[in-house]
Design a binder for this molecule. Structure first.
Ligand code: SF4
Ligand code: SF4
Length: 212
């Protein structure tokens, strides 16, 4: 797997080369700051599906980075893209976003992608670590399949998540829901409520056969 230096990456971006820059950190770290123009594909269990949607042209150069040289996620992700997914030109930028920031190079913050995700309007699973006053504060939950349970649920009295943020649906594996489009939720918002011992998406609506 080839590496790319900060100087070479900057030169390629400046000349308008066909490069897809991928930040493999989680959505919260990406929203804090990232290399200008980068797309966010967190290195996790759905990385393979998501990265092929984010970078559909396997002939185009892709550059992956994470925080700094001590962060191994982008090197692992780059190896998967090159060896398992067949991308032709995969580069790893080992310095990551810290090296980019140290050099005063262009950064962005925020995430349009996060803002376009459906909000969790209400969750009555108050024993969840991410729940405060029936509001979810996980930045992006995963809804599991085939049953529409919240896979991010964590029973704990210690509270976590983003203090100011409102929870959103990051991914959904319930393909037989009418709101599911390519493993993402297309509802405007969802609600979550207990079902037996776990929380379920209460907005789930089964797809009838013959409908899309
Ligand atoms: S939606 Fe899921 S992660 Fe968020 S508070 Fe409810 S159970 Fe917890
Ligand atoms: S509404 Fe449907 S697609 Fe959206 S999170 Fe719930 S089960 Fe998944």
């Amino acid at each position: 797997m080839k590496e790319i230096s900060r100087e070479e990456l900057k030169a390629r971006l400046d000349e308008g080369a066909e490069v897809t820059v991928i930040d493999v950190l989680g959505p919260e770290a990406f929203a804090e700051y990232h290399i200008a123009g980068a797309v966010n594909v967190p290195f996790g269990h759905e990385f393979i599906e998501r990265v092929q949607k984010a970078a559909p042209d396997k002939a185009r150069t892709v550059v992956l980075y994470c925080t700094n040289v001590e962060c191994g996620a982008s090197a692992k992700a780059a190896r998967i893209m090159e060896e398992r997914l067949g991308y032709a030109d995969v580069r790893h930028f080992p310095g990551g976003k810290e090296a980019w920031r140290e050099a005063g190079l262009p950064l962005e913050s925020g995430s349009e992608h996060i803002e376009s995700m459906p909000e969790i309007a209400m969750c009555s699973m108050e024993e969840c670590a991410y729940n405060e006053k029936r509001h979810c504060h996980a930045l992006a939950i995963t809804v599991g399949g085939p049953h529409p349970r919240c896979d991010t649920f964590l029973r704990s009295i210690d509270k976590g998540g983003s203090a100011n943020g409102s929870g959103r649906v990051g991914a959904c594996k319930v393909v037989n829901c009418v709101h599911n489009r390519a493993l993402e939720c297309s509802a405007d918002a969802i609600t979550v409520s207990p079902h037996e011992t776990h929380p379920d998406c209460a907005t789930f609506a089964p797809r009838l056969s013959g409908t899309d």
